[in-house]
Design a binder for this molecule. Structure first.
Ligand SMILES: Nc1ncnc2c1ncn2[C@@H]1O[C@H](COP(=O)(O)OP(=O)(O)OP(=O)(O)O)[C@@H](O)[C@H]1O
Ligand SMILES: [Mg+2]
Length: 512
């Protein structure tokens, strides 16, 4: 009979020999020959084995884009592996407030689907034949998941199970994700191992529709419009339209255009892409940037009138218009210098922009809201803001009483006050932005109570009203002076004409 000691001794010496041969194989057999052997051994195993293996790489495509399928699988497996895997990876997200666990490298986990067991493995391999200069960390190590199952379930796995994993993983990802505020990088940084096309920070703007001061009816209308849009996937498909919606927010400075964007993002739980057109070199760059945005996001172009020269067609009309010519000239010159300053860097054109937001490329990803903001809506080219491109035009106006009540509730926690009557009348007579009203309402020290803040607002509104009155008077005076100048010029021209006619008549008389 063979004793336990003999068995252990035999196993030990066999293991030592195997390890010895393995070390010699690794050290002396050339790398390309090892790859060749591995390939054929895997092929051989494939013939013998009854399992099917499907590989999902972390990066796909020529642009080394992170694979969405890989991300979805990782999310899906993180929910499975927390319960049964022995080695997990912990990542910090949600502003370091929570830990998200996922399957560690070289770890496997089993899953069951309709009574069939499958195995997922998380693998890493070295990218030996890629030069280190061609990429950063991402190109040195290649991560992938492998799904293994018995070949008799091939059809069910490919048709139903994978769809189930990707759908669930996507949902988990959306639930766990931290919303981001993105800004575009200049094209020198467009490499995966540098910053990529967009840089981001966590998006934590506190604005909501409740804190947004504006006409309540208008606010409700916008909320309904947004809800309808976010649920309209099938509807957009049915009518043959890309699932996107354009908003044009216009109004004077400080009336809440940027605040409204934050409120929309918080309301729909979307990311925000703040597109700085002045750093975009040309139309092709713009297209690539927009293609690299995800669904469930808002793409914002602030102060669109300053970012592009959209006013060419309208300048002529303005030149013909003689009224208020001094001011118009001044404004045009100011604007022109702004635009020219930008044009030196950016060659994005109006047609390029329209093409990107509205053309064939716009349909490449779903559920997007595009927002333009401007202080001067009249200066925008009608082509840019026609319905279909900018579907909803929202005017953010000066603060009136309804909007004031929202601000008072937010800033002072007050719903009614004896000064409200006076404030209502003053707000109707004066154009003050919600930003200025809010600044007056905000207590500047612990001693300042509701009375002090509301009185400060009344005083400020009265001063503003007086300023507006004086300005209107000055305007009237200037207009009268201009009118007088024009009449004088006209009279002089007529006088000159008469004189010339008289001279001609005299000359003719002499001839006769
Ligand atoms: N309608 C509003 N409701 C609540 N707060 C507002 C509103 N409008 C302005 N504010 C306050 O004023 C500040 C400035 O507003 P915001 O930046 O949204 O104005 P804007 O219209 O984008 O101005 P600009 O045209 O100069 O970009 C905000 O931080 C916010 O606190
Ligand atoms: Mg703004």
């Amino acid at each position: 009979m063979v004793g336990t000691g003999e068995i252990l001794g035999f196993t030990g010496s066999t293991m030592t020999s195997l390890m010895f041969f393995w070390a010699i194989y690794k050290q002396y057999v050339p790398y390309h020959f090892q790859v060749y052997i591995q390939k054929h051994v895997s092929k051989l195993m494939g013939w013998v084995s009854k399992s099917v293996h499907i590989k999902f790489d972390e990066y796909t495509g020529e642009g080394l884009k992170r694979s969405e399928a890989y991300n979805s699988i990782r999310n899906y497996l993180s929910s499975k592996s927390t319960a049964c895997a022995k080695r997990l990876k912990a990542n910090e997200t949600k502003n370091s407030k929570a830990l998200v666990l996922s399957l560690d490298d070289h770890e496997a986990v089993e899953d069951e689907f309709e009574g069939v067991m499958v195995k997922w493995s998380s693998c890493v391999s070295k990218n030996e034949n890629q030069s280190s200069t061609s990429g950063g960390k991402g190109s040195q190590e290649r991560r992938y998941f492998t799904l293994s199952f018995h070949r008799e379930h091939r059809e069910m796995m490919i048709e139903s199970y994978l769809e189930h994993v990707l759908r669930e993983g996507k949902e988990i990802g959306l639930r766990n994700r931290e919303r981001k505020l993105y800004t575009n990088n200049s094209s020198q940084e467009w490499y995966p191992w540098r910053s990529g096309k967009w840089s981001n920070v966590p998006f934590h703007h506190p604005a909501t529709f409740d804190t947004l001061a504006m006409d309540p009816e208008k606010k409700e209308g916008i909320k309904k419009d947004l809800i309808k849009f976010s649920k309209a996937k099938d509807y957009y498909k049915k009518v043959g339209k890309a699932w996107k919606r354009g908003y044009l927010l216009f109004g004077p400075p400080g009336t809440g255009k940027s605040t409204m964007i934050a409120a929309i993002a918080n309301f729909l739980d979307y990311d925000v892409y703040d597109l700085e057109l002045t750093t975009v070199k040309d139309n092709s760059e713009l297209k690539k940037l927009l293609l690299d945005t995800t669904s469930k996001s808002i793409i914002v172009i602030e102060d669109i009138d300053c970012s592009l020269d959209l006013t060419g067609q309208r300048k002529k009309k303005k030149e013909e218009d003689e009224e208020d010519e001094d001011e118009e000239e001044k404004k045009e010159a100011e604007k022109k210098s702004k635009v020219e300053g930008y044009e030196r860097k950016s060659k994005v054109t109006l047609s390029g922009l329209l093409n990107s937001i509205d053309g064939l490329w716009s349909a490449c990803s779903d559920e997007k809201i595009i927002v333009f903001t401007t202080n001067f809506v009249d200066k925008l080219d009608p082509a840019l803001i026609r319905r279909g491109r900018m579907d909803n035009h929202i005017e953010m106006s000066y603060c009136r009483f309804e909007a004031f009540k929202v601000l008072a509730r937010n800033y002072l926690e007050v719903g009614a006050h004896e000064l409200y009557g006076e404030i209502e009348i003053l707000l109707e007579e004066t154009d003050m932005s919600p930003a200025d009203v809010a600044e007056n309402l905000m207590p500047k020290s612990d001693e300042e109570d509701v009375d002090i803040c509301l009185k400060r607002l009344v005083k400020s509104l009265e001063e503003e009203k007086e300023k507006a009155r004086k300005l209107a008077e000055e305007e009237k005076k200037k207009k009268a002076e201009r009118e007088a100048r024009r009449n004088k010029k006209k009279a002089e021209q007529e006088e000159k004409k008469k004189e010339e006619n008289g001279d001609v008549a005299g000359e003719n008389g002499n001839k006769i």
